[in-house]
Ligand binder design. Structure first.
Ligand code: SF4
Ligand code: SF4
Length: 380
């Protein structure tokens, strides 16, 4: 256990910056759930695994949203979500087959949500599945947002370029309208979308501790890119993009750099399109900034440019509380995190975002009179 954990441990100088940004710590006020406590505990475990019981390790492994905000601010390169993922990978009991099913069988689970109940194993504690099933229903329910942006003119920035589109599991299996909207925009921009049989980005599995499976997905996706001639890859899910950026299965440093350069957020590709805003534009729009989008969130920049003052609310420090594995391990602890997110969005009639995990969580938890959707849904 110790080797895989040790490689994620670095020297903490106790600056406390990570404590200021951890949404779990902020929402619960419980310091033992914060990033520094987790890294301390992992260090103890790496030095002397016998000091912690299996139960302690499993509990610790469950109590992290995997948002990565602590990693972003740490000057020492401390990777707490990486530590927690390593702990999950090393802990045999944590590899719940249910979670594996949830993530690896996206088609069966996410397509007809009503069937999800049939996949619930009897020995699983069903009270923990309530929020998950509600979230599934949120993913497939309703006709989507009423579009109010119509492209008027397109720039020539992508004209004639051959590129790949990484749509992600949610768009491929649940939200086909996101995929169609992305294809329409790329067509208008004059790009040629190459066929590419990508697998899931694997980031959910990686965070859950399924290292072998997520590595296999990364290798397959890189192979698709190589086969297509290493073109640019446009992506419209912030979590997928973060997952793709974290790949480390390249033949050389040069290839890794080429891969990094090839990743193109769709919201960057569409900059320069002139849009006409229709009368049905909602009066009060909100934007949820996904944790995995990082500080330099291109979706937020695009929407601010197009919508201006119509965007009256935006989250910044608030996590949606999706939390991946934590949603199964401790759903009660993700609720205060989610509440803080909705507090920050108060007053918005429609909330936009660009991350499939955040959108699943927000759709399931939205107040009755608030609609939630991907920013692609507002474009005709
Ligand atoms: S990944 Fe997010 S929830 Fe987990 S310790 Fe870091 S800031 Fe807190
Ligand atoms: S930000 Fe990094 S160095 Fe600072 S307290 Fe957190 S883990 Fe330690």
């Amino acid at each position: 256990m110790s080797d895989s954990i040790t490689q994620h441990v670095s020297h903490c100088i106790l600056c406390g910056k990570c404590l200021q940004v951890c949404p779990l710590l902020r929402a619960t006020g419980r310091e033992e759930l914060g990033p520094r406590s987790k890294s301390d505990l992992c260090r103890v475990l790496a030095e002397d695994p016998a000091k912690l019981s299996e139960t302690d390790a499993a509990r610790l492994a469950g109590l992290c949203l995997g948002c990565g905000r602590c990693r972003e601010v740490c000057s020492q390169g401390q990777d707490v979500p990486g530590l927690v993922a390593a702990l999950r990978a090393a802990h045999p009991n944590f590899k719940s087959w249910l979670w594996k099913t949830w993530l690896t069988r996206a088609r069966q689970l996410w397509s007809p949500s009503a069937k999800a109940a049939g996949l619930v194993p009897e020995r699983f504690r069903t009270e923990r599945l309530g929020p998950m099933l509600k979230m599934l229903a949120g993913m497939t329910g309703g006709p989507g947002l009423d579009p109010f942006l119509t492209p008027k003119t397109f720039p020539d920035t992508l004209r004639g370029e051959k590129l790949l589109l990484f749509a992600g599991c949610t768009a491929n299996y649940v939200q086909g309208r996101w995929l169609m909207a992305a294809l329409r925009l790329l067509d208008g921009l004059g790009a040629e979308v190459l066929p590419g049989d990508f697998a899931c980005c694997g980031s959910g599995l990686k965070g859950a501790g399924f290292t072998d499976e997520s590595t296999a997905m990364a290798e397959r996706n890189v192979a698709v890119w190589r086969k297509a001639g290493r073109p640019r890859i446009t992506v419209f899910c912030a979590s997928c993009l973060a997952g793709l950026r974290a790949y480390d299965c390249f033949a050389s440093e040069a290839e890794a750099a080429q891969w990094a350069d090839s990743l193109l957020p769709l919201s960057v590709a569409v900059r320069g399109i002139e849009f006409v805003i229709a009368d049905n534009v909602p009066e009060r729009l909100g934007y949820h900034h996904p944790c995995h989008a990082g500080a330099d969130d291109p979706d937020r920049a695009f929407l601010r440019e197009v919508l201006g003052d119509r965007l009256i609310r935006a989250t910044d420090a608030q996590c949606c509380g999706f939390g991946g594995v934590m949603r199964l391990a401790a759903p009660g602890l993700t609720e205060p995190v989610n509440r803080q997110c909705w507090d920050a969005l108060e007053g918005a009639d429609v909330v936009l975002s660009g991350c499939s995990a955040c959108l699943a969580q927000l759709s399931a938890t939205a107040p009755e009179d608030v609609e939630v959707g991907h920013w692609l849904e507002i474009i005709r």
